[in-house]
Design a protein around this ligand. Structure first.
Ligand code: HEC
Ligand code: HEC
Ligand code: HEC
Ligand code: HEC
Ligand code: HEC
Ligand code: HEC
Ligand code: HEC
Ligand code: HEC
Ligand code: HEC
Length: 421
């Protein structure tokens, strides 16, 4: 503190307090009697909330114990917890959503802090299986607000330490849903967490750090947790896979799957253990999803085989072109333009794969066609480059022969002259 002209630290704090400097003055005012007394009791149940609260978002925004529990924080004695002063004690499970909703459902109040924050948590929660079972059956095992946002250490989803940060959500839900004992009374599987951890989505998120890949709440809603109904699974996945969802929605499968009760995208991709897609999923081979419902004799089966053949030949053609261009490049020929153009065939392959979701041969053909043309052109360029190379090599050989002949002629001529002289 040498830079501040000789004033000691204590004097500075006093001066700032006199000037009404907010962090110095207000910070001291804010110490509630609740905090002081609860710490003094030495009882963990009473002191832990105080110790944890320091890192809670509500504490950071200037709220104290009274914001949720009521009471009078200016009273030093037990009168601080007088119900006549609004003290509610420890809210019971039914009460918690009312406590949180007092602020979080009040759009005008919340706007003063964060206009972008949603204010539908309580109403969404009421539509969830959790909220409905709590209200109708008083079910003690479903999630309430503080199951997912532990009271006294609540943090925004963007904070990596938060229980609802994208990388932590699966664990938070899994605490109940992967616990066979907790879920014993219900007739639903307890494998969602384990299967999700095997999925391409979790791998994208945890290994590649792509937080736009989905975790539990992206498919089930932040607060409206319910199994996506059979008819709207497509919309859930379509939030992110719009192209496939659009093709699918117009396909024959959208209609017949709804009648059969097959869960849309999940009928072929599963719901929690979604894997990378490969061409092997298409057709009637061992790993083909079509084989579950179609056989070689029916129209769907035939179409599946034909679509697969199209994709195989498209990827085969562009692979062939890529290989010949590489050979030419290694031999020193200039083929970079053709190599660049070949990316167009790759794009067409990507589009043709997405068009599989229309479930017609026509759609795959339409997207694939430009790729065949590009592949053929690139291959032809590779052939030409290699021809040119042959031509140049021959030319070089001929020139060498001529040069050699000239040298020999010259030597003979010189000897002849020598002999003459
Ligand atoms: C003088 C000490 C003291 C003060 C001040 C105090 N408390 Fe307490 N508080 C206690 C004790 C002791 C208990 C345990 C009482 C019991 O078990 O019946 C308790 C219990 C609680 C509980 C748990 C109630 C339950 O049903 O389990 C809550 C919540 C609570 N206090 C909140 C507050 C709040 C909010 C304030 C400030 C407005 C406050 N306390 C002020 C001593 C205090
Ligand atoms: C954002 C709202 C909120 C704030 C702020 C808050 N609490 Fe709580 N508190 C709760 C809820 C909700 C519960 C019930 C938790 C549960 O059911 O697991 C609770 C439970 C408690 C309990 C009972 C713990 C137990 O295990 O029985 C105590 C004691 C308590 N709070 C004290 C405090 C004190 C002291 C403060 C201030 C430092 C505080 N709370 C601030 C919401 C809050
Ligand atoms: C006294 C009003 C009030 C009460 C009661 C309250 N909150 Fe909050 N809460 C806020 C405010 C204000 C913020 C800060 C919003 C911001 O600035 O982003 C906040 C932030 C949050 C956040 C982080 C949101 C974000 O993305 O920034 C969560 C999660 C949260 N509260 C959950 C709860 C839960 C759960 C309860 C009940 C146990 C509760 N709150 C009770 C006012 C309240
Ligand atoms: C089953 C778990 C779960 C329950 C129960 C739950 N939340 Fe959340 N909450 C989440 C998740 C997950 C997010 C993160 C969403 C995101 O990534 O944006 C979240 C986010 C929030 C936010 C930040 C803004 C937003 O909506 O994204 C607030 C505020 C909030 N919850 C309040 C509540 C309140 C109030 C309750 C009780 C009515 C509650 N939550 C119940 C899981 C839950
Ligand atoms: C405190 C424990 C707990 C937590 C945490 C929890 N749940 Fe639940 N959840 C339950 C219980 C219990 C049920 C009721 C099961 C039933 O009725 O079939 C349930 C039901 C559901 C259902 C409806 C299942 C069905 O087919 O009926 C979905 C979906 C769900 N939870 C998703 C989630 C998600 C997503 C999260 C995390 C964001 C989560 N849950 C966190 C306990 C929990
Ligand atoms: C990519 C989207 C997606 C993600 C991520 C996801 N789910 Fe699901 N979940 C679904 C779909 C779709 C269904 C319904 C499938 C059906 O009807 O056959 C479902 C069903 C459920 C059910 C009902 C019981 C069951 O297994 O069929 C529960 C409970 C559940 N999910 C919990 C979770 C939990 C917990 C997580 C995170 C670990 C999670 N889900 C992640 C899409 C997803
Ligand atoms: C929140 C966004 C989001 C949601 C919702 C979502 N996904 Fe994904 N999905 C991604 C991301 C990101 C990737 C990895 C990047 C990529 O390959 O597109 C991915 C990858 C995939 C892949 C592997 C793609 C490949 O190239 O091999 C499949 C298959 C898939 N998702 C299917 C689904 C299905 C089915 C659903 C619904 C049950 C779903 N996704 C829901 C974002 C999402
Ligand atoms: C869950 C069962 C199921 C799966 C899996 C499935 N289909 Fe189908 N598909 C049907 C049903 C049912 C029909 C309508 C009745 C019929 O024509 O066989 C149908 C119809 C079709 C049709 C229209 C046939 C016509 O009558 O013109 C095509 C094409 C098709 N499927 C292709 C595929 C392909 C390709 C796959 C694999 C990627 C596939 N299907 C996977 C159930 C399925
Ligand atoms: C009838 C089976 C079936 C259904 C239903 C289905 N898919 Fe696919 N999906 C496939 C097959 C087969 C592939 C592999 C295509 C390839 O790579 O040759 C695939 C590939 C994908 C891919 C990887 C990228 C791509 O386009 O190849 C994504 C993402 C995807 N599907 C998402 C979805 C979504 C979202 C839905 C629902 C709207 C859905 N799928 C419905 C069979 C299906």
């Amino acid at each position: 503190m040498r830079a501040v002209g000789g004033l000691g630290a204590v004097a500075w704090v006093a001066l700032l307090a006199l000037l009404g400097w907010p962090s110095a003055a207000a910070g001291q005012q804010r110490v509630e009697s609740c905090v002081t007394c609860h710490l003094e009791t030495g009882d963990d149940r009473l002191a832990d909330p105080v110790k944890r609260f320091g890192e809670d978002i509500h504490s950071a925004k200037g709220f104290g114990c009274v914001a949720c529990h009521g009471g009078d924080a200016k009273e030093a004695g037990m009168e601080a917890m007088d119900p006549a002063k609004g003290y509610i004690g420890k809210p019971d499970r039914q009460q918690v959503q009312t406590v949180c909703g007092r602020c979080h459902s009040d759009a005008r109040f919340m706007k003063r802090y964060n206009p972008a924050l949603r204010v539908d948590q309580v109403t969404e929660y009421a539509t969830s299986v959790h909220g409905r079972r709590l209200k109708e059956l008083g079910d003690p095992k479903v999630a309430i607000c503080v199951s997912c946002h532990p009271a006294h250490s609540i943090k925004p989803p963007s904070d990596p330490r938060s229980t609802v940060h994208p990388l932590k959500v699966a664990e938070t839900c899994g605490r109940c849903h992967a616990d066979a004992k907790h879920m014993e009374a219900y007739k639903i599987p307890t494998d969602q967490f384990q299967k999700y951890k095997e999925s391409v989505h979790w791998r994208m998120m945890s290994i590649k750090g792509d937080l736009s890949a989905p975790t539990c709440n992206d498919c089930h809603g932040n607060h409206g947790a319910a199994p996506p109904g059979v008819t709207w699974v497509g919309n859930v996945c379509g939030q992110c896979h719009a192209v496939q969802a659009e093709f699918f929605a117009k396909s024959i499968h959208a209609k017949v799957f709804a009648q059969m009760g097959a869960p849309g995208c999940a009928a072929c991709h599963s719901n929690h253990e979604i894997k990378e897609a490969t061409d092997a999923m298409l057709g009637l081979g061992d790993n083909a999803v079509c084989a579950g419902c179609h056989a070689a004799g029916d129209k769907g089966g035939k179409a599946a085989v034909e679509m697969r053949a199209l994709l195989d030949s498209l990827s085969g053609e562009s692979e062939k072109a890529r290989a010949i261009l590489l050979q030419a490049e290694r031999a020193g020929m200039e083929v970079s333009q053709a190599q660049f153009d070949l990316n167009g065939a790759k794009d067409a392959l990507v589009k043709a794969r997405a068009a599989v979701h229309a479930f017609t041969v026509q759609a795959v053909k339409k997207e694939g066609e430009p790729g065949f043309a590009i592949g053929a052109k690139a291959y032809a360029r590779g052939v030409r480059a290699l021809d040119e190379l042959q031509f140049r090599r021959k030319g070089l050989a001929v020139s060498l022969v001529i040069i050699l002949a000239l040298i020999v002629g010259l030597v003979l001529r010189i000897r002849q002259l020598d002999r003459r002289s």
